[in-house]
Design a protein around this ligand. Structure first.
Ligand code: GLN
Length: 483
């Protein structure tokens, strides 16, 4: 039962093959049994889960069933959950009990999903391996010596090991797609503004976007149906009708124009990954798609531009952690300055400090024009490359990451090589476009992710293409041994 997709589980609940209480207990038992190895959860909300499940069963018996009613689910620990610890993977929020729910959390509550707990993540979502978490690294279920990717590594590992059928993630530069790729699951980063950021702890506000992670594109559609939509509490959320993403999953791909950015296939790409991506392209051709070479001439500048813009925004967003209002406070401060200094230096980890320093420098008078303004101009060029490309194609296809999951500790002493693991995903955030990752094969028993990028608000088309691919392949159904 635990290996079923959300769509299948929803059917089991509807036909009363299992109750939500039983299903929830099953996942809670699996978390107890397996999470000592994986460390994918920071908090498990057992009591809450069982009471949510009971309520969901009552709602279903009254005939008030939403497809997600009674489905167990996990929230990345970046989403504020009322009366439940919300740490964002940081010591500075280790004692933080949120007084309110993020809009995404509220929406899942309204559809009566069951909260199993909060998943582990890189500290403040800064990372590509989950190794910056205050709560320790998460292990990849496909190989316990390897990283699950990051920053949504806890969500990805938990879904891959069937500790939850689905989870939320957030993606500022690749943090939904890269861990989905590394763990062999499906994940979508929606268009910037599609999903409310209210109550989603800010890293880089102009790039952050929440989205779902699950076992199939069909499940992503069910989850995005709940998450998407304008929110009066988030002025950057966009007031555009939300289609029912499940309705278009079975559309034909006949005539779909798929673009391959030549820059992404040129250098730095592992040969075996390239071969798997080529076979995926063949599948899309068989499904009726046409393939076109395109160019994203400024894509090589996306990592440098991102590593100015994201730290700049984070240095401003993280200024609120001052030891005064909430979160960690140092012991016996001498005076106010000592309180700020020590609370922050004791509360933040190294990667977060590195970013705050880079960001503060880039925004300082005298350097603002040289770094921040220039990076914003480059961002404009990168966005324009995509706008031009989408005049001729409907979807852009590429690998999600240049390699498969790397070994724990392999890149921790070399931030630049860590940053490069997002070379295919970051431009998509800079442009604000939707992108998803689905499994497209294995190399030495490690999953390989395929990225599909769509035009603004074209999530339905991405999910349709991914679903059609998953009808003719079975990579997304593979199970890591022992789970
Ligand atoms: N790995 C990137 C970073 O460290 C992206 C993280 C994210 O998407 N949250 O900034």
């Amino acid at each position: 039962m635990a290996h079923k997709t959300i769509a299948q589980l929803s059917n089991e609940l509807q036909t009363k093959k299992i109750s939500s209480v039983e299903l929830t207990q099953l996942f809670l038992d699996r978390i107890k049994r397996f999470d000592k190895q994986l460390n994918s959860f920071i908090t498990v909300t057992e009591e809450q889960a069982l009471s949510d499940a009971k309520k969901a069963d009552e709602e279903r018996s009254k005939g008030n069933a939403h497809p997600l009613t009674g489905i167990p689910f996990a929230q990345k620990d970046i989403f504020c959950t009322k009366d439940i610890k919300t740490s964002c993977g940081s010591k500075i929020l280790d004692n933080f009990i949120s007084p309110y729910d993020a809009t995404v959390v509220t929406r899942f509550k309204e559809s009566n999903t069951v909260l199993l707990g909060k998943t582990n993540m890189d500290e403040f979502a800064m990372g590509s391996s989950n190794e910056t978490s205050f709560y320790g690294t998460v292990k990849n279920p496909w190989d316990l010596e390897r990283v699950p990717g990051g920053s949504s590594g806890g969500s990805a590992a938990a879904v891959a090991a069937y500790l939850t059928p689905g989870a939320t993630g957030t993606d500022t530069g690749g943090s939904i797609r890269q861990p989905a790729g590394f763990c062999g699951i499906s994940g979508i980063k929606p268009t910037y503004g599609r999903v409310s950021r209210y109550g989603m702890i800010a890293f880089a506000s102009s790039l952050d976007q929440g989205g779902p992670m699950a076992r199939s594109a069909e499940d992503l559609a069910l989850l995005l149906n709940v998450m998407a939509g304008v929110d009066e509490k988030d002025s950057t959320s966009i007031d555009k009708p939300v289609p029912d993403y499940t309705q278009t999953l079975n559309n034909s791909l006949n005539g779909l124009r798929i673009g391959l950015p030549k820059e992404f296939f040129e250098s730095g790409l592992d040969n075996e990954i390239a071969t798997l991506i080529q076979s995926a392209i063949q599948e899309f051709k068989k499904l009726g798609a046409t393939i076109h070479e395109i160019t994203l001439p400024n894509s090589g500048l996306s990592i440098p531009a991102y590593y100015v813009i994201a730290p700049a925004e984070c240095s401003s967003n993280l200024a609120r952690y001052d030891g005064v209002r909430f979160g960690y406070r140092c012991n016996e401060p001498k005076d106010l300055e000592d309180l700020y200094k020590r609370s922050r230096s004791e509360g933040f980890g190294n990667e977060v400090k590195r970013r705050i320093m880079i960001g503060t420098y880039a925004l300082s008078a005298g350097y603002y024009d040289t770094y921040y303004l220039k990076a914003q101009k480059i961002r404009g060029l990168i966005r324009q490359d995509f706008v031009d490309a989408f005049k001729n194609v409907d979807i852009i296809l590429s690998p999600t990451s240049p390699t498969t999951a790397f070994k724990l500790g392999e890149k921790t002493s070399d931030p630049i090589s860590m940053y490069l693991s997002d070379m295919y995903t970051i431009a998509v955030n800079l442009a604000g476009l939707p992108g998803l990752s689905i499994p497209a094969g294995f190399i030495k028993n490690l999953p390989v992710g395929l990225q599909l990028v769509g035009n603004f608000f074209d999530e339905a088309r991405l999910l349709n293409a991914a679903h059609q691919y998953q009808q003719v392949t079975d990579w997304h159904t593979r199970t890591p041994e022992g789970f």
